[in-house]
Structure formats: C-alpha cells, structure tokens
Design a protein around this ligand. Structure first.
Ligand SMILES: [Zn+2]
Length: 308
C-alpha cells in the first residue's frame, strides 16, 4: 500500500447512521420556541404519547398509554390541537404510506429470514392476533427501519435471536412501550412506540435490537463486559441518552440490570459513534478504562464496525 493511502478497512468500517439516529447523541431540543402555543408541559405529554383529536364533542386529549377504549380523554382547546399537529409534523410519527420503503424493507427482512408483523387491533381480546398483511400506514416507520438496519453488521440481522419484528399492539402491561421476547426471538414495538415521537421509536428500536444482541453474546464476552460493568457501577459512570425517560432515569435503569446496560449500550454504540468515543476520552480513570473495555468488546461484536 502506498504511503498516505487510507487503509481499506478504515474506509469500510466507519459506518454512518442516518441523521435522525445520529441526533440521539445530542440533547433533545425543545420545540416550544418554534411551535405556537406549545408549552413545556404539553410537549412532555406529546413526547409521552398523548394525542389531541377533533371529535363531534370537541377537542380531546388522550393517548394509547392506558390502552384503547379504556384510555382517559380530557377536553382540550383548539390552540392545543393546532400545537399538537405542528409538533407532530416536526417530531412525531403519524400514519402515512410509503409502499416503496415497505417493499424494500420486506425484501431486506426476507433476505435475513426476519418476519415483519403488525398489530392494528385495539381490543384486548384480539391483542394476540397479527394483521394478515403488514399495515400500509406505517410508511414512516418502514422508511426509518430501512435506513437503520442496513447500517448494522449483516451478522446482527441474520441470527437466531432475531426472527421477528412486530409493530403495534399492546404489551403485557399498558405502560409498556416496547420489549424483546427471547422465546420468540422477537422485537416488539407497541402502539406507544409507533404513535409518539420519532426519537422515541428510534431509541427504543435500537435498544430492543440490543437485547437480540446481548442474548447472542458468548459467556466469555459477557464475563469481560460484566467486569467492566462493575467498575461502572462503582464509579456511577453510565451514559444517559434522552428519548423516552430523562437521561438520569435511563442511567439508573442500566445501573440495576446488567442486560439493560448491554441493550442500552448497543443503542448508544450505534447512534452516538464519535460522540461516545469523545465522552469516553473525557472520563477519569478507572471509569475510562472500563468504558474502553466495553467499547472494544462492542467493536469486536460489531465485526470491527464503528460509527461516524
Ligand atoms: Zn430493555
């Protein structure tokens, strides 16, 4: 190789996630300045899955959090309704078709033997039944998945711990946003996650894919990571990314459950890239050494792939 030439693997292995994923490394900016009548409280409600709809009884605010027909709806004003619609245009996911994205996604998932299923029914009786065909109105989500999945190592898609991705439906308890079901090798993104903020969906989606990843790690890989994890607990040196709960709550979550730390680190590794490397560099020992170990282990289980 000639001097000054880029090593081919450096070129190939620095992957780049789409902008909406890379945004996770930054704070979640408030839209109250740019959206008329959007208060901080309303914004929090919308980010947490509350919606405002226009009915013949006037404007009502409520959400999927409580579950379908049993959910609580409160009267809202026309101004709040307009603020909701403007907020949703900027940050939210909403029903729309993108048949091209759907077909391309389906092709990609078929190649890796992953089943795509949607649940559109709202009664608890039918919660276990999948739609006959994936719901066409999840166009935005199909497009996001299609831009994220090819940026992951192929080996992460073709494996026994990831056989199914479900969009919509209810969790075992109403407050659940998403889950990974080990017995079915399934990533489940419930109604809450597919109807709220785009950032919430993306963070949760990568977190649940992280469970498919940690489940596939070997015992020796887990042991190395667990040693570093114990240092991170001692030093309270977890990283918090805001996408559903605030960063401190997400840090606490990792501190108490090892596999949650692994799943969250998967999301952080893939979305924060250079941002994560910079944060590790700023840490003092021994937290820095422990994070360097975690980073190196993840890099290895990503087949050497790192993110921009
Ligand atoms: Zn989790």
């Amino acid at each position: 190789m000639k001097e000054g030439e880029l090593k081919p693997e450096e070129d190939l292995l620095l992957a780049s996630m789409p902008d909406e994923v890379r945004e996770l490394r930054n704070d979640w900016p408030s839209q109250t300045e740019s959206v008329e009548n959007l208060t901080r409280e309303l914004e929090q409600e919308f980010r947490f899955g509350q919606q405002i709809t226009k009915t013949d009884r006037g404007y009502l605010m409520g959400g999927t959090l409580q579950g379908g027909s049993s959910s609580m709806w409160y009267p809202a004003t026309q101004q709040q309704y307009h603020a909701y619609k403007r907020w949703r245009n900027i940050e939210g996911l909403y029903e729309s078709r993108d048949d091209e994205a759907y077909c391309d996604l389906q092709r990609l998932l078929d190649k890796h033997d992953i089943q795509l299923a949607t649940h559109r029914t709202c009664s608890p009786r039918s919660r276990k039944r999948s739609d006959a065909f994936p719901h066409p109105g999840y166009g935005q989500i199909y497009a996001h998945m299609l831009s994220i999945l090819p940026q992951l190592p192929k080996a992460h898609l073709s494996r026994e711990t990831l056989k199914r991705i479900q969009l919509g439906g209810w969790g075992p308890d109403a407050a659940k946003a998403s889950a990974y079901k080990k017995s079915e090798a399934a990533v489940l993104m419930y109604d809450f996650a597919v109807g709220g903020a785009r950032r919430t969906f993306i963070g949760l989606f990568l977190h649940e894919l992280g469970h498919a990843h940690e489940t596939a790690l070997s015992e020796s890989e887990c042991n190395v990571l667990h040693q570093a994890y114990q240092v991170l607990i001692e030093e309270d040196a977890f990283f918090g990314v805001e996408f559903l709960l605030d960063p401190d709550t997400r840090k606490l979550y990792q501190k108490f459950v090892f596999v949650e730390f692994l799943a969250e680190t998967y999301m952080i590794y893939a979305s924060c890239g250079a941002g994560l490397r910079a944060r590790i560099k700023k840490l003092a020992e021994p937290a820095r050494g422990a994070w360097e170990q975690v980073y190196a282990s993840f890099k290895e289980s990503f087949g050497g792939m790192e993110y921009e």
